[in-house]
Design a protein around this ligand. Sequence first.
Ligand code: SAM
Length: 340
Amino acid sequence: MSNTVQKNIDYKKYVVSSNLQYFKPHATKIEKTFAEEISSSLNNDSKSIHPKFFYDKKGSDLFEKICSLPEYYPTRTEITILKKLQDDLDSYIDESFRLVELGSGTSVKTRLILDIFTKLQNTTEYFPIDISEILTESSEQLLKDYSGLHITGIIDTYEGGLQFLKNFDDKKNLIIFLGSSFGNFSPNDGYKFLQKINSTMKSGDLFLIGLDLVKDKQILESAYTDSQDVTAEFNLNVLSRINDELDADFYLKNFAHHAIYNEEEQRIEMYLKSLVNQSVIISKSNLLLNLEKDELIHTEYSYKYKLSQIHELLTSTGFEIKHTWLDDNQYFSLTLVSKN
Ligand SMILES: C[S@@+](CC[C@H](N)C(=O)[O-])C[C@H]1O[C@@H](n2cnc3c(N)ncnc32)[C@H](O)[C@@H]1O
């Protein structure tokens, strides 16, 4: 274990077994950050809740349900592409690589990459990074199925995880960022985030990014407003989470899920719409929130890209494109890059 980690007092280390350990910021820091961020993002003319707060235990379970909805094409499409990539990946990596994943969630798709790693290596190191506690469950599941796997989980934001990884050791990393989660960043923040990933990487490291492509508006909108209302439940759950963790009194029946595709901006915009004039107290954020009827709280953007934009974005942030894989419908893309 590198000294960088041992000395990192921001994290508490949990050793579960000889092949599973994880690091987590101290509980007081997590609660304070949540309360402060909610206070500043809702105490505004244009109100928002950051999408990273969707993922408490219930939110992570609901996202899993979303992934298998008929309307939600991204998960099954990305899995199809990962299967194609399986035939090619061993020409880019070797026994010296570690697998690092941003926003690993249930690590279901990860298995398609781990299959390649475990064929090439006797011992495979996997570093999942996820803000959700789901990371621990997913890691235990993986260890049941992959012998020779060693997992170091970082239960923190992407940025925290990347900081953790920076200068960790000299081992080569393949960093993966699947599910088009990058699409949640605004163009400006996304650009800076790619620069951050680039500066975390050593020469020889690789980065694989999954991005959703621009397509028919109707296909996009039904993926975010499904017929079973699971996405609506997922969106509304963030209010239950604020009620539970920040001592608030959101009445969920006074809100509705609202998602539209903004063609000009190439993004799905997801909101919670206030159905009445109302006031909500969020005690731990010291906030009295006044909402008018039809006022929107923004909860997520999901940007869609053209292939040329993906290549432009990656090259302008210091990457060299190695390969892009697509599905037959060209709904989704996976791009492998190295540091320039
Ligand atoms: C859309 S899900 C994708 C999960 C999985 N990678 C997939 O492709 O199905 C996003 C995952 O990233 C995590 N996440 C969201 N925002 C995050 C952030 N800012 N930092 C760290 N993890 C985050 C969530 O907990 C969730 O597991």
